[in-house]
Unconditional design. Sequence first.
Length: 101
Amino acid sequence: MVNLREHCSFVHANDKKNATKKAIRLVQAGVNRARELESVPRKEIPVKRAALVIGAGIAGMNAALDLANQGINVYLIEKEPTIGGKMAQLDRIYPTDDCGI
């Protein structure tokens, strides 16, 4: 991969002749680099359909529920003794004035 726009077009906008020379050198270098590439071996790894959600605040609980509704096993971790995060500390929630807990 060679980035001609960033390294030639924008930098040398007022000097098209030298920009073209530089672009040719960059493409040649990219082709030479590509000749030395080796293929990466493919490896299959068994995957468990499970997810770990860290934090049982509102966002964490919503993420866990969304994943669980898709049939994915969810492990929910919270460092505090109760779930709910900052929302559990509120006595009322706008606009419905529902209890925060």
